[in-house]
Write a protein that binds this ligand. Sequence first.
Ligand SMILES: NC(=O)c1ccc[n+]([C@@H]2O[C@H](COP(=O)([O-])OP(=O)(O)OC[C@H]3O[C@@H](n4cnc5c(N)ncnc54)[C@H](OP(=O)(O)O)[C@@H]3O)[C@@H](O)[C@H]2O)c1
Length: 254
Amino acid sequence: MNLSELGVWPGIKDRVALVTGGSRGIGQAIVEGLGHQGANVIGTATSSEGAEKITKSLGHAGFKGMGMVLDVSNSESVETLFLKLKELNLVPTILVNNAGITRDNLLMRMKEDEWDEVISTNLSSLYKICKASLRGMMKARTGRIINITSVVGLIGNPGQANYAAAKAGMIGFSRSLAKEVASRQITVNTIAPGYITTDMTSELEESQKKMLQTQIPSGRLGNPADIASAVVFLASDAAGYITGETISINGGLA
Ligand SMILES: NC(=O)c1ccc[n+]([C@@H]2O[C@H](COP(=O)([O-])OP(=O)(O)OC[C@H]3O[C@@H](n4cnc5c(N)ncnc54)[C@H](OP(=O)(O)O)[C@@H]3O)[C@@H](O)[C@H]2O)c1
């Protein structure tokens, strides 16, 4: 699907949208999708080159926004980003926690740093970034938090106990926060993608991809735009009464 054909969704234009991991894959499509809606999009990358690329591609497409550097696993980096946003008078009222990593291994062989890195990047980051965003959203009396979890957090996967734990944790976190902030017109939801064609899944062997396709009722891996279109919906006024929910986008896999 082409994100430019989505039409205009109410309530997104001119809002500041922070998208973590906006440099590649699903995050890049989310930046594009929100850009098409007229949001002022801050997409993050872990390097200044990556951030620069985001700024350039937003400018090239005629969208508002810029790239910024962020390591979601690092509290100082999160603080620095929010200080910069404050200096620029940018208050995100749409937040998409998309940055994520895998460090796959069977539990018997999993090293402690493979566990820690995945929990820190995929789960503890939500504590840091949601907390840093909430004050601005509360003041604005509106907010959309969309956390990108995974089908693996719902059904598990051998070799991914760390990733599944983090992704399932994101769902519990989001359901709880949704209840804390619903009265302030802030919604918190998760999207659980199945297998999507990005750098993350490019590590899969061709034979594994073929096998997966036979297990996916739709008969194909998803595209980043399949996820970005749902983010646009959840970010819009049309989804104002949906909170604490998980939307599965997996071609019928689970
Ligand atoms: N692809 C799938 O099949 C799939 C399925 C289910 C869920 N997901 C989830 O969807 C999200 C995006 O996945 P993807 O496939 O698009 O991944 P990807 O292509 O590997 O891209 C990962 C993104 O996260 C950023 N990132 C990595 N570590 C970071 C850190 N410490 N701090 C900040 N940013 C960091 C990367 O930035 P740099 O470019 O600077 O490295 C990049 O923008 C992840 O949360 C993933 O778990 C993906």
